[in-house]
Ligand binder design. Structure first.
Ligand SMILES: [Zn+2]
Length: 405
């Protein structure tokens, strides 16, 4: 069965200029060619005046996290959490995100349910349980002694120490279905026991995780906000730095040399501030203070990364903020130094490379899976239109139309 999607304007995700009046010719969910006319006998899907782009990719989501406050989280059974993750998956796909890299807590069953077509959602690359040192960003032990995230049969405990500890935990998350290993090499904003400027995991511990991931053909993504935590992770060979709040010139140069990706999640601290404003019980006081403290440095680091030409892949930390609002990050990236086309490439081709799905998706080119998004208007003139759900009028994943309005 041949399908041809007529695009008024086509932006292919490679950074090339838009072209007008093209047909994306698709067979069995795979893009065959870009043509000026539909092949004879093809079913034509007329996308009207839409601009067609590759399906968007978010390299840092948490589908299993929601907007609940601490009390609600403590009252949520695991099975309800799974159901919520599937709702979040659908909201994410509705917003035009056809692939996500999940940075922790989403289980293999959620990914499988979407892969089997039981529920609508994006293609996923999951990290299962993030690894953290005791007292680090991933340690959810509260001062009262209640562990907010103790691990469960599908999500191994990720709070570990020492080379043997991290080695075993790495193997456990890989056994539980991790596509990449997530580690915390610095403190963070939402964690009760540390500061964003604190270093986490020793260089030797990070090296052991990197070894185990690479031995399985997988990558490592590092939550790294503190300068030393970023540096340790980069030098140990992780593939991506998440957040990267306190980047310095030296580490930037090292990332550039090695091709380390930056997934900045600029929107994440802003979401924390907004949630605190709406519902003070949703955000503990320590997290509100830390979010305020990091915003400026975060922007500065991102601007430096853009200026130095680092590989930047779009990521948001949804879960911290509402699922389906991922595209706000694209606009914030442009506010902080990217051109609209750079931000689009960061959310398509570069994000696909970062999530290791670039042989499948990320550009509209022959041989890629037919993941397409169609938006009303010209995103190069108005990058903010991605975040307006009424502008995201068409979503196709694997050649199947998910949304058309
Ligand atoms: Zn995160």
């Amino acid at each position: 069965m041949t399908v041809a999607v007529r695009a008024a304007t086509l932006i292919d995700g490679t950074g090339a200029d838009p072209v007008r009046g093209r047909f994306v010719v698709i067979e069995d969910g795979v893009i065959q060619r870009i043509a000026k006319a539909a092949p004879k006998g093809a079913e034509v899907i007329d996308a009207g005046e839409l601009t067609i782009l590759p399906g968007l990719i978010d390299c840092h989501v948490h589908l299993a996290l929601g907007q609940e406050n601490i009390q609600q989280r403590l009252l949520t059974p695991l099975s309800l959490n799974t159901a919520m993750a599937l709702v979040h998956a659908r909201e994410t796909l509705d917003a035009g995100f056809t692939t996500v890299r999940d940075a922790g807590f989403t289980t293999r069953g959620v990914k499988m349910a979407v892969e089997r077509g039981l529920f609508a959602g994006p293609r996923m690359r999951i990290a299962v349980s993030p690894l953290s040192q005791t007292g680090g960003h991933g340690d959810s032990m509260t001062p009262s002694g209640v562990n907010m995230w103790p691990g469960d049969p599908e999500r191994p405990n990720g709070v570990v120490d020492g080379i043997e500890g991290v080695r075993r935990a790495s193997r456990e998350v890989l056994r539980a279905g991790a596509d990449q290993i997530k580690i915390m090499t610095s403190g963070g904003v939402l964690s009760p026991n540390d500061e964003p400027g604190a270093t986490g995991f020793s260089p030797e511990e990070i090296a052991a995780v990197v070894y185990e991931a690479h031995a399985s053909g997988k990558t490592v993504m590092s939550h790294a906000q503190a300068t030393q935590g970023i540096k340790n992770a980069v030098l140990a060979g992780v593939e991506s730095i998440e957040h990267g709040i306190y980047l310095d010139e030296e580490t930037c140069a090292e990332m550039k040399k090695r091709g380390t990706y930056l997934v900045a999640t600029l929107i994440a601290p802003l979401w924390v501030l907004r949630r605190a404003e709406k519902d003070p019980s949703a955000i503990p006081p320590y997290a509100l203070r830390k979010a305020k403290e990091v915003v400026e440095a975060h922007r500065r680091s991102f601007r430096m990364a853009v200026e130095k030409g680092l590989k930047i892949a779009m990521g948001t930390d949804t879960g911290v903020g509402p699922h389906g609002t991922n595209a706000e990050e694209i606009a914030v990236m442009v506010e902080n130094g990217m051109t609209p086309m750079q931000a689009i490439v960061a959310t398509t081709r570069t994000a696909a490379e970062c999530a290791r799905v670039d042989t499948l998706v990320g550009t509209i080119e022959p041989g890629k899976r037919a993941d397409l998004v169609g938006v009303r208007g010209d995103p190069l003139a108005n990058i903010a239109l991605f975040k307006d759900q009424s502008c995201v009028a068409f979503v196709m994943k694997d050649g199947a139309v998910h949304k058309r309005s």
